[in-house]
Design a protein around this ligand. Structure first.
Ligand code: ATR
Length: 281
């Protein structure tokens, strides 16, 4: 990294509580070093009761912005001066931009990361070719569904163990979103061309998830947001049925792009070296 302390470095970071688990410093510092930017990106532990004061302090200290992680992703929306449409629709933010006047804009880049990840593997993918099936109804599901809708998906079928959470998303995100019973997987998959696991099933320490995907379109792309492990039973099962799969690591990397671009004035690229760093971490 080229940290020239005689010239004013650009400052950014990630706030959360706890913060030691965050992968964002590894990722952002890789890009700072790769593009030889005079900047710093640091993890900052911020307790919920200190959130407002901490944002004020970061603005005052000249930070360009920060990533936001658990437990602040929802609360930050009512503290920021403005929010992007996607952050408002999703009801949570993961990236803040501070402008020269000290105004704070909250953004949610998870849906962007999701789309870019698919397109990087599969430039010909188009959401509009058929229904999408989304397993799960948490924060990640909302971002994915918002991205699919903005890409022109004809319909989204949500399946969640706790049905009421899927119903709340459907109510909020409009009439192209329908709820299907968690156990009616076969019916939900009928003709589906994009299939996504947004649940934590399949993650290290969690039960695995291997639904029967035989009813999906042979053209379907199957995407797992789980990235630890990178190759999940869900993806292996899909490949066994001849379907194309995309792992979750890329989404993690691509969702970081808009923040870096805004804070450090360079659009970074997600490359194999970066993937390798995360695979070996
Ligand atoms: P995120 O913000 O990453 O989406 P989350 O909000 O905690 O995380 O959502 C986790 C998702 O995984 C939820 O859809 C959850 O289902 P419930 O709403 O029923 O809790 C799903 N999930 C977690 N463990 C599960 C399990 N054992 N079986 C089925 N779904 C599970």
């Amino acid at each position: 990294m080229v940290n020239n302390i005689n010239k004013k470095p650009l400052l950014a970071g990630v706030i959360g509580h706890p913060i030691s688990h965050s992968k964002s410093p590894l990722l952002q510092n890789y890009w700072l070093s790769r593009y030889e930017i005079n900047g710093f990106y640091i993890p900052i532990d911020v307790r919920p009761q200190d959130l407002i004061k901490s944002i004020e302090a970061l603005v005052l200290l000249g930070f360009r912005g920060v990533n936001v992680t658990i437990p602040h992703k929802v609360a930050i929306l009512s503290i920021a001066d403005t929010a992007t449409d996607r952050a408002s629709m999703i009801g949570a933010a993961n990236t803040l931009y501070f402008n020269k006047e000290g105004k704070v804009t909250a953004d949610n880049t998870d849906g962007y990361g999701f789309k870019q990840n698919i397109k990087s593997y599969d430039p010909l993918w188009e959401a509009r070719t058929g229904p999408a099936v989304v397993f799960g109804a948490g924060g990640a599901a909302k971002a994915v569904i918002h991205a699919l809708l903005s890409e022109g998906v004809p319909s989204v079928r949500i399946l969640n163990r706790t049905r009421i959470k899927a119903e709340m998303i459907a109510e909020h995100l409009g009439n192209r979103v329908e709820v299907i019973d968690w156990y009616a997987i076969k019916e939900a998959l009928n003709g589906a061309t994009t299939i996504i696991n947004t649940t934590s099933l399949g993650m290290v320490g969690q039960p695995s998830f291997k639904p029967d995907l035989s009813n999906a379109s042979p053209e379907a792309r199957v995407i797992d947001l789980v990235y630890n492990p990178v190759d999940t039973e869900f993806l292996k099962g899909a490949r066994q049925q001849g379907l194309k799969t995309i792992d979750g690591l890329g989404m993690l990397l691509y969702q970081a792009e808009p923040g870096f671009t805004n804070w450090f004035n360079v659009t970074p690229s997600v490359d194999e070296k970066l993937r390798a760093i995360f695979l070996n971490d």
